[in-house]
Design a protein around this ligand. Structure first.
Ligand code: NAP
Length: 389
């Protein structure tokens, strides 16, 4: 790993294969499995503006990223970089403990700002990935200042006034008046992207889904737990049990009816996005010791019958979906393959012979990408393209 640490940095031991954030000298994610060339901070160009940097290569977007130091926030910066979207005004925001710390984006050193500074800078868009409490408290204040908030938390998703958007499916519901827009839950996004074209053609009656959700879906603390367990270190627990060499049917908080909050989100958000409350859906969310990428086993009962070839053609021609289904050659979707990709992968497509008009399939996506960062950035791109901000 060609990381040159300046004298101010304490020695750091990098553990294998897991993202490690080195603050304050290197507030970037190092992934030793995928070598990166890391420039020491003192070699990076410093923003010529006292507060924010104006890029030469302007995209007419003024953007705040709230929760910029978190797993989703850092993935948003990666997506912006990969999509060559460099906002003319970029404002990273995190919790008060990170305020003033440096953060690298587009080979430039920025500094973490407070909410007050971000609102005063009047970006057009603020993408929030900082937890439900922060969204509930701060999203209305950004919105009151005329800033459009795209929120990754669950705080606003089921509010009937707030659009819940997967751009490929329902971006057309957005208007200039929507100042808070909700990004769906990661496991919902990959599911509905596959369900939407099938529902339009065959009419979905009922869905049974079991998820195999990775630890990045829980946040940085959970990644640290898995990393500690694999290194044999006793540390802070994000889950009630060890996750390495284990799994548990428990995502979120248990409800009075015995389901979990993650399972309730899957049901409610799917119906809201597909705008069809007659769809019956039941799910079991399972947390598995996979670092990144959520998988879902999905059984769907349709109103109308189908030809299996037509299902392949329909999904294969849907933007954002890649069909990975060649069982003779052991080709099927896997989280390892989905990591770092924007698309949703679907395979094991086969008729369920146990009842009429029914289909089985397996859906995999990187929960930090299409499940969070990519979807939010796509919403921002849509708002700009349509002149809605
Ligand atoms: N992980 C996923 O797959 C996924 C998918 C969809 C949606 N989400 C949602 O996205 C949000 C973030 O998830 P994550 O996995 O990125 O969590 P995370 O890694 O724990 O990061 C949390 C981020 O929020 C910041 N933050 C905390 N309190 C704040 C405050 N008062 N004001 C501003 N920033 C604050 C943290 O800043 P500090 O570094 O200063 O603490 C950090 O940048 C959550 O609401 C989560 O439900 C996550």
């Amino acid at each position: 790993m060609p990381a040159l640490l300046p004298a101010c940095c304490p020695p750091v031991t990098l553990s294998p294969c897991y993202p490690v954030t080195l603050l304050p000298c290197y507030p970037v994610t190092l992934s030793p499995c995928h070598p990166v060339t890391l420039l020491p901070f003192h070699d990076l160009p410093i923003s010529p503006f006292p507060n924010f940097h104006i890029f030469a290569k302007n995209i007419p977007m003024k953007l705040a990223v709230v929760g910029a130091t978190g797993l989703v926030g850092r993935e948003i910066l990666k997506v912006l970089d990969e999509h060559k979207i460099y906002p003319e005004l970029f404002i990273p925001v995190a919790s008060p403990k990170s305020a003033g710390l440096p953060l690298e984006f587009n080979k430039t050193r920025y500094f973490i700002h407070s909410h007050e500074e971000a609102i005063a800078a009047k970006p057009q868009i603020a993408i929030f990935s900082a937890g439900g409490g922060t969204s509930k408290e701060w999203a209305p204040r950004y919105a009151a200042a005329g800033i459009t908030v795209i929120d990754n938390s669950s705080a606003w998703r089921m509010n009937p006034e707030i659009p819940l958007v997967v751009p490929e499916i329902n971006a057309s519901i957005l208007t200039r008046e929507h100042k808070i827009i909700a990004n769906p839950n990661c496991s919902t996004i990959q599911l509905v992207l596959v369900l939407a074209p099938l529902h339009a053609k065959y009419g979905i009656k009922r869905i049974v889904v079991s998820t195999y959700q990775s630890v990045t879906g829980t946040g940085a603390k959970a990644v640290k737990q898995l990393e500690n367990e694999r290194a044999g270190i006793a540390g802070e627990m994000a889950y009630p049990y060890p996750i390495d060499m284990n799994l548990f049917p428990h995502g979120g908080d248990f409800q009075d009816d015995g389901s979990t909050s993650e399972e309730v989100k899957l049901v409610n958000e799917t119906r809201k996005i597909l705008n069809d409350y007659s769809i019956r859906l039941t799910g079991t969310v399972v947390r598995v010791p996979v670092v990144g990428g959520h998988s879902e086993s999905v059984n769907i009962e349709f109103s109308r019958d189908f030809e299996i070839r037509d299902i392949f053609d329909l999904l294969g021609s849907t933007p954002g979906i890649i069909v990975r289904d060649d069982i003779k050659n052991n080709i099927y979707p896997m989280p390892l393959e989905a990591l770092g990709k924007d698309e949703v992968f679907v395979g094991r497509i086969r008729r369920d012979e146990s009842q009429p008009n029914s289909l089985n399939l397996f859906v995999v996506a990187d929960n930090l990408r299409k499940g969070a960062a990519t979807n939010a950035v796509q919403i921002a791109e849509y708002l700009l393209a349509k002149g809605l901000v």
